[in-house]
Write a protein that binds this ligand. Structure first.
Ligand SMILES: [Zn+2]
Length: 441
């Protein structure tokens, strides 16, 4: 070997050592992107509260110890204090006025809000059609639907309402008592409004009723920890709906503007692996025609990068509810998901949101002194809402095979792991609490 070659070899070894073993390693602490140091996250969400979600899908999930988020329509649950209603002028005045004034931007919201409460059967469908058009930006077409409705009402083309806005009430409905027991099993319950309207087509007072009374009902029945998440019906992202909804609920599955988060909704054809942002929320809606291999591929895709949060959206189950999936498919699918749990953090929509936001607003500092590493973890968010533990990764001296970790009165002992930068431990810590002390055990 010539002197030159020996020299460059030595240089190479030196560079390798400095690159992989920086001198500040001991005590260096970061917050894992996902809970428990997992590679990605998955949330399973159900909309509308149709009965087989609870009779068929939930037992499968409990058997596998998988949590879900259920977005429930609170006015449809027996015993709810707040039912659907129209708040405003007597509907007779609105009907009368429609004989001389066509629907326009000034009266549309009032007429669309009242549409399901005019005292006749079958009028709610006109709210839904007009709302869908308005949501899609087809405002003139939405006005025309309401002109048609109010004309038919004036012509007495509808039968009188028999008391319920929803037509046939199914014999089997989930009760608040059942919901409380499911919540105690670890499932999240969250708002899907009081009556499932097109929120963007309502006037302000009726928008607020749908949002606030649904929240109040859940708070009264389940407690404040279930008032965090919501899904505004029809997956809307309409500015008007979002503006009001964001004032009432901290987390919306519809939209959650954060500078570090890309949101790919159910209709998006973009590939989540193409994004390099800190987090990518990838919503996939499983409908009746979705094949099991396709559903499994969503999980496989989530495993390809470390920044993907797969949010599954499920509606009907076993013939009940919109676009129902069979419980056989769900059973096989959930078992496949469970088999990836070593790599994927499977948690409720609210939990993942809280983790992500806490991490992005956290400050972690550490010092290493006298054979002890001290870590402080704080965040700037509302401490009453964001109390989830975060997973910390702290580099420790190589000879600390087992590490004693103490925060307040909680002590745990954790074995070190190795990566290219050295020995480290992964552990759970509470933000805005006592400092964490690490020592060799
Ligand atoms: Zn819905």
């Amino acid at each position: 070997m010539t002197g030159l070659k020996r020299h460059s070899l030595r240089m190479y070894v030196f560079l390798l050592l400095t690159a992989t073993n920086p001198p500040f390693t001991n005590g260096q602490t970061s917050i894992s992107k996902w809970q428990f140091g997992k590679q990605g996250a998955v949330s399973i969400t159900y909309d509308d509260g149709s009965i087989n979600q609870f009779r068929k899908a939930l037992p499968i999930m409990n058997h596998l110890k998988l949590p879900a988020t259920f977005f429930i329509i609170t006015g449809q649950i027996p015993g709810s204090q707040y039912q659907g209603k129209f708040i405003g002028r007597p509907v007779s005045e609105i009907i009368e006025e429609s004989s001389s004034v066509l629907t326009n931007k000034d009266n549309f919201f009032e007429r669309a809000s009242a549409a399901g409460f005019l005292g006749y059967r079958g009028t709610l469908a006109y709210h839904t059609r007009a709302g869908a058009l308005y949501d899609a930006g087809k405002e003139e077409e939405a006005y025309a639907i309401l002109d048609d409705l109010y004309q038919k009402v004036r012509n007495q083309e509808f039968l009188p309402d028999t008391g319920t806005r929803y037509g046939e009430i199914p014999a089997d409905r989930v009760t608040w008592d059942e919901i409380r027991s499911f919540a105690a099993q670890g499932h999240e319950f969250a708002s899907h409004t009081v009556t499932h309207p097109y929120l963007c087509a309502l006037d302000e007072v009726n928008i607020n009723y749908e949002l606030e009374k649904s929240r109040d009902e859940i708070q009264r029945q389940l407690g404040p920890e279930y008032t965090f998440s919501a899904e505004i019906p029809y997956g809307t992202e309409h500015e008007r709906a979002m503006k009001y909804a964001h004032r009432v609920f901290p987390a919306l599955r519809n939209r959650m503007p954060e500078h570090y988060l890309v949101e790919l909704n159910r209709a998006s054809t973009k590939n989540p692996v193409d994004f390099t942002e800190e987090y990518v929320q990838w919503q996939r809606g499983a409908v009746a025609r979705t094949s099991l291999p396709m559903m499994k591929s969503w999980i496989d895709t989530t495993l390809l990068k470390d920044n993907i949060w797969l949010v599954l959206v499920i509606h009907g189950v076993d013939g009940i509810g919109w676009e129902a999936l069979s419980s056989e498919v769900l059973d096989e699918y959930f078992r496949y998901l469970k088999s990836k749990e070593n790599h994927l953090w499977i948690a409720t929509f609210g939990e993942v949101t809280k983790y992500m936001r806490s991490r992005m607003n956290a400050r972690v500092q550490s010092k290493s002194q006298d054979g002890k590493i001290t870590v402080s973890l704080t965040h700037s968010l509302d401490k009453s809402l964001y109390q989830v533990p975060l997973t910390l990764k702290t580099y420790v001296p190589g000879h600390w095979n087992e590490v004693r970790i103490k925060q307040g009165n909680e002590i745990k002992r954790i074995r070190q792991q190795l990566d290219s930068a050295g020995a480290y431990v992964l552990y759970q810590a509470y933000p805005n609490s006592e400092e964490i002390e690490l020592t060799a055990n």
